[in-house]
Design a protein around this ligand. Structure first.
Ligand code: TRP
Length: 339
């Protein structure tokens, strides 16, 4: 299409073209879908929901707001650590590629790209996210700031394996920030780290951002903000079910609750039923009764110690190489290599 043709180059066409330029990353293995997950999760006691359904467009927007909350120190502490250590990290790894899992807006990774530019490296950025539109926005912002930056946007689910990650030459820095590892436990954490390890050569590194174990007050405040943004984020998963599964769950009949479980070193997020009701999920052909006092278990966010983290890394064939801690152990970045 040429700019002179009358109906050419309208905004929607550009937007479609931008989305089309996002490459799909095909899954390496079958992962369960929404219907299956809801059926299985609602059969358990307490009922549970998979956290991967938090992030529809509204969920992503609410999560961005969580990151800016005064109580949610994680994002700011991580950004501060990256600011302080980006040059040292980049000098050490000298990456030809940065592959970011669950990149989202990639705001924090921008710091690493700026350090690459300062170091005179021609590093390509490969953000991977389930949401194609968020990748388009990130790419446009980053290419405006770093002219000539090569961005290979990949739309896919990093829990479905990384076998189809396009081959790279030179050194790759994998990046997994936001303490997202904490949202995986046991088998699923091992699988995810094993998938990353399988993509790594001896010169490649993984930069992991995790939230250290700390006092209960600080931890619980981060997941129970006074503005109720986290509560809205948690409850939004019910809107996702209603929309995707033709449901009529009464979202107002649930109350957000997040508590630190010190025995398991994790925050547990729930939606407590405050009013008994029966809801239908048309797509499943089922009705469910929620009774007062029952809780829907929606998320875990594990908190780490270095040795606790080793328990995740070592079985996956990975080892910590350098640790960076924010003041008073508020947050941690770990540079990880193949063991
Ligand atoms: N990765 C984030 C974390 O563990 C996700 C998150 C933040 C979250 N706040 C939440 C998940 C509230 C569920 C409920 O900190």
């Amino acid at each position: 299409m040429t700019p002179s043709s009358p109906d050419a180059a309208t905004a929607p066409v550009d937007a479609d073209a931008a989305i089309a330029a996002v490459e799909p990353l095909p899954p390496s293995r079958r992962v369960s879908g929404l219907i299956e997950d809801v059926r299985a999760g609602f059969a358990k006691r307490p009922r549970e929901l998979s956290p991967k359904y938090f992030y529809d467009a509204r969920g992503a927007e609410l999560f961005e707001r969580i990151c800016a909350l005064p109580e949610y120190y994680l994002t700011r502490s991580e950004a501060g650590l990256l600011d302080a250590h980006a040059d040292a990290l980049i000098d050490r790894v000298r990456p030809d590629h940065i592959v970011e899992l669950g990149a989202g807006s990639a705001r924090k990774t921008e710091t690493l790209l700026a350090a690459c530019e300062r170091a005179g490296l021609d590093t390509a950025f490969w953000p991977l996210d389930v949401c194609a539109s968020v990748l388009v926005e990130a790419r446009e912002r980053l290419q405006a700031r770093f002219p000539g930056l090569r961005v290979r946007a990949l739309a896919g689910d990093h829990t479905a394996g990384l076998d189809h990650l396009p081959p790279r030459t030179g050194r790759t820095l994998f990046v997994f920030l936001g303490s997202s590892l904490g949202n995986f436990e046991g088998e699923s954490a091992r699988t995810l780290l094993g998938d990353i390890a399988a993509c790594m050569g001896g010169e490649d590194r993984l930069l992991l951002g995790v939230d250290p174990v700390k006092d209960r007050e600080t931890l619980e405040a981060a997941y129970n903000d006074s503005e109720g943004v986290t509560a809205a984020f948690n409850a939004n998963v019910l809107n996702v079910l209603n929309r995707e599964l033709d449901g009529d769950i009464d979202v107002d009949a649930f109350r957000h609750r997040a508590v630190f479980n010190p025995a398991a070193n994790r925050i547990e997020a729930y939606l407590d039923v405050v009013r008994r009701h029966t809801a239908r999920l048309g797509a499943l052909g089922e009705t469910y009764t929620f009774v007062e006092g029952e809780s829907l278990f929606t998320e875990i966010s594990r908190k780490f110690t270095p040795t606790g983290l080793d328990g995740d890394l070592n079985p996956a064939g990975l080892a910590r190489e350098v640790d960076f801690f924010a003041d008073r152990n508020r947050y941690a970045l770990h540079l990880v290599r193949r063991a």
